[in-house]
Design a protein around this ligand. Structure first.
Ligand SMILES: [Ca+2]
Length: 510
């Protein structure tokens, strides 16, 4: 039981009274909580019953697409303008050690289920229907639920509802995959509650998603709601936003879309970061207009590092985006939390957080007990959000196999300072953040030796965590000519950045 609400309060607003905390008497089988009505007699508590108790907080979880840690002013970025997010950090809590998976679907699976990919990840663009998500848990406790933005978890029209989202406006839902041509930006092709809709009058996809999310908040303002806002920005292709000088009916393509400013920064990426910030501001204004700000936990984080090869400056430091790579540049993302009156003002937490921690955190904030049967890997960082010590992680773990046919390409455990791979490579992250100089574990001393020992225990803990039914071979990083499919054809180019520029169209899918 969380410490915000007393047990009696929780039972009252959960509408369960003397039934106790057996909110989810059956989990497993189809994987859906009984409280959702999939089995058993008990139905989800009604809105009416919830209104009798104290009002639980609304929860807004914003997941930006391909926006790495280096892109936010509050985190040290000097290339882009993010005044809204900077202000959120200045008035809330900023975490500077949040690590997610290196790519979209792997992170989204972890965020939504609280499980490391080793346990339930099957392939890019899918999440098996039997999984229980935070949507199921919050809906089961009576929250109104909405998902708005990028989906990329399977084309079954029924999946968003199966995962607990009452209503949804999505991109890459029923029309997903490498051959999908529905745009996410100008004249987007979306699916609203499963029904495809094509926009043809210069609408901007992120605006449509934003309007849908704000409308949901407006309509649900009198009951607890959970908005999972999976922004489509700032993913490639880098195109003008409605605020760009060159927003037009025919957005620039290819190299023209990648034009840089005199300082070497990609102009349209900078525009897209600014637009992301602006849309967060619109959402905050809506919450303020409805006087919901103080009762809304708002979390903003990135889903993986910035597009490979994208240059961003952090003062004098040049930072090159590393999306897709199981390294700091691919996995270190911004995490900013705002809950006026509940969070300390302007705190910077150095505690480790990873993407499996979101589910237990939002559940604890909502007063929802995570069923023990789910055996999640995440741990709540709600105490740190409130300025308490909590139980910060000593390590985080990564099992990374984004495309089934490529097998497992990385597995490691890391502390803030050190990293140990399943292959035995050990890195001192303070001296070698790009992981160019693996150290021999046998030669380590002091803190490094102690970290290696701890991290080996973590790797041992997950050694047999993969269910046999979805076993995959460990093949390591894909190498040229190793015969593994699923990769994009690489044209001859001098640099990784040039490769990405040449293939920017293919990046639309991942
Ligand atoms: Ca992404």
């Amino acid at each position: 039981m969380n410490s915000i609400y007393g047990r009696r309060d929780f039972l009252k607003f959960a509408g369960l009274g003397a039934l106790g905390v057996a909110l989810f008497p059956r989990v497993g089988g189809q994987g859906l909580p009984a409280a959702q009505g999939s089995a058993g007699k008990r139905e989800a508590p009604t809105v009416q019953s919830l209104e009798k108790g104290p009002r639980r907080p609304n929860i807004v979880l914003i997941l930006a697409d391909d926006l790495g840690y280096e892109c936010i002013g509050a985190d040290g970025c000097t290339s882009y303008k993010t005044p809204v997010l900077d202000q959120l950090a200045a008035t809330g809590v900023r975490f500077d050690q949040c690590h997610v998976q290196p790519l979209c679907t792997p992170t989204r699976a972890q965020v939504m289920t609280g499980l490391y990919n080793v346990r339930n990840y099957t392939d890019f663009g899918e999440l098996e229907a039997k999984n229980v998500t935070f949507g199921n848990l919050l809906k089961g406790a009576g929250y109104a639920t909405c998902m708005a933005g990028k989906w990329q978890l399977g084309t079954d029209v029924a999946l968003p509802k199966k995962f607990g989202f009452d209503e949804h406006c999505l991109w890459q839902h029923t029309r997903a995959g490498a051959g999908n041509t529905a745009s996410r930006y100008l004249n987007p092709g979306l699916e609203i509650n499963g029904v495809p809709k094509n926009y043809t009058h210069r609408e901007y996809g992120p605006d449509i998603i934003s309007d849908y999310a704000l409308d949901f908040i407006q309509r649900k303002k009198d009951q607890p709601f959970f908005l999972y806002y999976t922004m489509m920005l700032t993913h490639a292709p880098f195109q003008p936003t409605p605020d760009s000088a060159d927003y037009s009916a025919k957005p620039p393509q290819g190299k023209a879309a990648m034009q840089t400013r005199p300082d070497g920064i990609i102009q349209h990426f900078a525009d897209m970061v600014a637009y992301t910030d602006k849309l967060v501001g619109k959402l905050l204004s809506k919450l303020e207009e409805l006087k919901l700000r103080d009762n809304t936990l708002l979390v903003f984080l990135g889903d993986n590092g910035t597009q490979h090869g994208v240059l961003t400056m952090m003062g004098d430091r040049k930072f090159i985006g590393g999306k897709g790579s199981p390294t700091d540049a691919g996995m270190h993302v911004p995490l900013i939390v705002s809950w006026p009156g509940r969070t300390p003002v302007g705190k910077v937490s150095h505690d480790l957080v990873d993407s499996t921690d979101l589910l237990p955190t939002v559940c604890e904030a909502a007063g929802v007990t995570v069923p023990a049967e789910l055996k999640i890997d995440g741990r709540s960082f709600l105490p740190q959000i409130r300025g308490e010590q909590g139980q910060p992680r000593d390590w985080y773990y990564c099992w990374y196999a984004p495309q089934k046919e490529q097998g497992i390409i990385a597995e490691f455990a890391a502390t803030r300072d050190f990293k140990l791979s399943r292959t035995g490579d050990f890195f001192d992250l303070n001296k070698d953040i790009e992981e160019k100089f693996p150290l021999a574990v046998a030669a380590l001393t002091g803190e490094a030796a102690a970290a290696a020992k701890l991290l080996q225990v973590v790797l041992d803990k997950y050694k047999d965590a993969r269910p046999a039914a979805i076993a995959m071979p460990f093949l390591g990083p894909k190498k040229r000519g190793d015969g593994r499919g699923g990769g994009r054809k690489k044209k001859a180019a001098a640099t990784a950045e040039a490769i990405e520029r040449a293939n920017w169209r293919d990046e639309e899918w991942v």
